[in-house]
Design a protein. Structure first.
Length: 223
């Protein structure tokens, strides 16, 4: 399946994560999605904007051991491989704050491989509450399927275009994470960007997630 091939391609090619990853986090996320569809020939102008309400969807992450800049530092770096689903079934009208159902929808998934620079509060908390805030920039694989209606360009307004493609692009993550033992709560934004011949697609996904973390060194001691 293309999804699993992309997952393992990023896993092994983007970063030697198998040597460092010690945690697998799985859970559920509530995602608000905004997909900007842009036409490079018109100065990267939006031709359509897909939106959604919140949806409950599965999610998974593979996270490396954190590296701190010094023994007592709260600033460090970790590598994250995130797998998320999203879908949008409404469109934004031009010069309006209204989002309406035009009978179109776009759904897909994103796999992002991002090194994250973070600040860790209460780093030595053990099983008590601790928190991280971070930002990362890396690679992403985006798969999109569905259709949209052109709403923001007068000469093509009302035309419906199909979406059925996938590819690699940039990924930007900004997030806040709270932990207590194996329980993890996250609020973050991930913004994959993908270009095809005629249009650019940029997704803005605001995510609230709960994940349960597993120590892979305990599951597979040989790692």
């Amino acid at each position: 399946m293309p999804m699993f091939r992309a997952f393992f391609f990023i896993l092994f090619a983007a970063f030697p994560v198998v040597s460092y990853a010690v945690e697998l986090a799985v859970g559920l996320q509530s995602t608000f999605t905004n997909i900007e569809i842009q036409d490079p020939e018109h100065g990267d102008k939006d031709v359509a904007v897909m939106t959604s309400g919140f949806h409950i969807l599965p999610t998974a992450s593979l996270v490396s051991s954190p590296y701190y800049f010094s023994e007592n530092s709260n600033v460090g770096v970790q590598f994250q491989l995130d797998w998320s689903f999203f879908k949008s079934g409404q469109q934004e009208l031009q010069d309006s704050q209204k989002n309406v159902d035009l009978g179109t929808s776009v759904k897909g998934y994103a796999i992002t491989a991002v090194p994250v620079l973070f600040y860790h509060w209460n780093r030595d908390a053990g099983s008590d509450w601790n928190a991280k805030v971070g930002i990362g920039f890396g690679a992403g694989y985006l798969d999109l399927k569905g259709n949209y209606q052109i709403t923001h360009v007068a000469e093509h307004r009302g035309e419906t275009r199909d979406v059925n493609f996938d590819g690699f692009g940039m990924a930007i993550n900004v997030y806040l994470e709270a932990n207590k033992g194996p329980h993890q709560f996250q609020l973050y934004n991930f913004s994959p960007v993908l270009s095809e011949k005629e249009y650019d697609f940029q997704g803005h996904n605001v995510v609230m997630a709960y994940k349960y973390r597993f120590d892979l060194n305990e599951v597979w001691p040989a790692w």
